[in-house]
Design a protein around this ligand. Structure first.
Ligand SMILES: [Zn+2]
Length: 73
């Protein structure tokens, strides 16, 4: 997975909030082989029962797409 300059965020499909994802912290917790592909973590809003999808873009001017699509390109 290319990580340099990549923006990644989690987007809740229920409350439509977006959350910044700290990849460095994530790798420190989960290990370098951890993959976000197919992961749908619970929303961070306490009262929301939704699940998040990951969105990524390769740079500032690149539109965000879902992680599953990005990986398969
Ligand atoms: Zn939510």
């Amino acid at each position: 997975m290319r990580l340099n300059g990549v923006n990644i965020k989690a987007h809740c499909e229920k409350c439509r909030n977006s959350f910044r994802v700290d990849l460095v912290a994530l790798i420190m917790v989960k290990g370098p082989d951890y993959s976000l592909i197919g992961q749908h973590p619970p929303c961070r809003i306490i009262d929301c029962q939704g699940r998040c999808s990951f969105l990524v873009s390769a740079g500032k001017n690149t539109p965000m797409i879902t992680l599953d699509r990005w990986e398969s390109e």
